[in-house]
Design a protein around this ligand. Structure first.
Ligand code: ZN
Ligand code: ZN
Ligand code: ZN
Length: 292
């Protein structure tokens, strides 16, 4: 076996699964990701079906903090999403770079590898425990999805007992949310939802500057809550986050989803603070890291 570092550019060599080659050891198997979007895993050797599932699970847990959910793509992973192939690996000019080509089936010098297509697997984030505000049962996972009020996607818990959705109280360390950029709402659109003049959220929805909150708000959003609640939301600084801060966004989502089920915004600001503190405790963070 040729050591990776001894290979010259253009020379074929055998991957050893070392860190320098970009491999991680998952479930005892040297594995790396392929493609710019890391939508495939490549493990060295021909894996058993069991090992394919174990490696895929370990990758999502370790690298992304995610749990794979049962879905048809998972059911088909070992049958349709896995290829056991032979590869020829070539060193590139850069010290750590290499590429591979598929080898002929009967090539005795080929190296065995397993390619796993992970692009369409469904997963949820592993999160700090949080209690459902309506039924008090706990959840330890979130999905990155849209919720009532506010433009853009956020991390939400979903109660599997009562179906309620509530936003995650972010924990600062370890970072449980992957860094994603929030989409800017259009200046002529509703600041809270995706409603814009030529593509309104409901037929004939209208968008107007709303002095109650100092933002443009569409009729649908405005009609979801009584004026008095909008006034209270404005009073607790709903929707005034100036930085693209996960914490502020999630707070707004919490205030809005609580308002929708009749919880006064002043009370919701207190329960949010309590949730931040509790999340910090559960994540074992120093308390100051949750200060707003
Ligand atoms: Zn519930
Ligand atoms: Zn709206
Ligand atoms: Zn609208």
């Amino acid at each position: 076996m040729t050591a990776f570092t001894d290979a010259n550019p253009g020379q074929t060599f055998t991957l050893t699964g070392s860190v320098e080659e970009g491999f991680d050891t998952l479930h005892g198997v040297p594995t790396t990701t392929l493609g710019e979007n890391a939508d495939h895993l490549m493990a060295l050797g021909h894996l058993t079906d069991r090992a394919v599932l174990a490696v895929t699970n370990a990758y999502h847990r370790r690298v992304w903090g995610q749990r794979i959910l049962p879905c048809s793509q998972l059911a088909d992973l070992t049958r349709l999403g896995t290829k056991r192939i032979g590869i020829k690996v070539t060193k590139e000019s850069d010290d750590y770079a290499w590429h591979f080509d598929y080898a002929d089936r009967d090539d005795p010098t080929a190296q065995a590898a397993t390619i796993i297509d992970i692009e369409w697997l469904c997963h949820e984030d592993i999160a700090v425990q949080s209690e459902c505000p309506t039924c008090n049962r706990s959840s330890r996972s979130t999905n990155h999805t849209t919720g009532p009020g506010r433009t853009g996607w956020g991390h939400y818990h979903h109660c599997r007992y009562c179906d309620h959705k509530w936003p995650t109280a972010p924990a600062r360390l370890p970072n449980l949310t992957k860094h994603r950029r929030r989409e800017l709402p259009r200046p002529d659109g509703c600041f809270a939802c995706f409603c814009v003049p030529e593509y309104s959220c409901t037929a004939r929805c209208t968008i107007q500057y709303n002095p109650l909150i100092g933002q443009r708000l569409c009729a649908t959003c405005r009609n979801q809550l009584p004026d008095d609640v909008w006034r209270q939301l404005a009073a607790v600084a709903y929707g005034t986050a100036t930085t693209f801060d996960d914490l502020d966004d999630q707070r707004d989502r919490w205030l809005y989803s609580e308002a929708l089920r009749g919880i006064p915004p002043t009370q919701a600001t207190q329960t949010w603070q309590h949730r931040l503190t509790l999340t910090a405790l559960r994540a074992d963070l120093p308390p100051q890291s949750t200060s707003v």
